[in-house]
Design a protein. Structure first.
Length: 241
């Protein structure tokens, strides 16, 4: 499948960008509806996202460049050209959460409540965005003879994008179901972090294009840290509640 969906005034519009934008739009609509139920005005959610989404993109790109720095040979323009690919979800979440925290603090909004509101939107966006990897023929796994393998450059490989997308959709549905059962504000977001990171740890082990830190896969290290932190805070939160 051609990665370019169409051209507009000579500019190539890629499917990857369309899918990411679709995930953002659907996530925004969902977050607004959920925020209204919590008594948070629509404009506050939109204001937050106007800052958090660019921060997430910058964080995702910065994270990718840091762990792939040598490949750019000091070319600053290539480092900031996201159209060449290279966005890491861990960096995106970190960037978005940091900006979201300071935004909520400034506007006297409960950060933990807002994090719970946005958690299903985040994982939904990830589930949709992963299909951009399929179209770009990237983020795939090692060779396999499994019947659901995809063919890349004549080789049958694990469709790791599909594994993650399916898991993310399942987590999305679980978070919506669990929302009314949560024990404290912030638990939904922590569950998102723990559940996503658990799957990412195992799926990352199948990929052949992982960002590396020495002999370790960066995403796996981040996943382990995220699981431990999220689990600790869930335990503390439930004990207090």
């Amino acid at each position: 499948m051609d990665p370019v969906a169409f051209k507009l005034f000579g500019l190539s519009i890629r499917w990857y960008g369309i899918l990411i934008a679709t995930g953002m739009v659907l996530g925004t609509i969902l977050a607004i509806k959920r925020a209204k139920k919590q008594g948070i005005p629509e404009e506050k959610v939109l204001d937050l996202l106007l800052f958090a989404i660019p921060a997430a993109i910058i964080g995702a790109r910065t994270y990718y460049v840091i762990f792939n720095f040598k490949s750019y040979g000091g070319d600053i323009l290539s480092m900031i050209n996201i159209r060449q690919g290279g966005l890491a979800i861990h960096g995106g979440v970190i960037g978005g959460v940091l900006v979201g925290y300071f935004f909520c603090k400034k506007h006297h909004i409960s950060f933990r409540k807002m994090a719970d509101i946005c958690a299903p939107s985040i994982i939904l966006g990830q589930a949709i965005g992963r299909w951009g990897n399929f179209i770009n023929k990237e983020a795939y796994g090692s060779p396999t003879d499994l019947p659901w393998a995809i063919v890349v450059d004549g080789v049958k490989v694990h469709p790791t994008f599909l594994y993650e997308s399916i898991w993310n959709f399942m987590v999305f549905l679980f978070l919506l179901w669990y929302d009314k059962k949560k024990k404290f504000h912030g638990e939904l977001f922590l569950l998102y972090v723990a559940l996503y990171s658990t799957a990412r740890f195992f799926i990352e082990g199948l990929r052949i294009d992982s960002l590396m830190f020495g002999s370790f896969r960066v995403a796996q290290l981040m996943s382990i840290g995220a699981i431990l932190l999220a689990s600790t805070f869930i335990y503390i939160g439930r004990k207090k509640s």
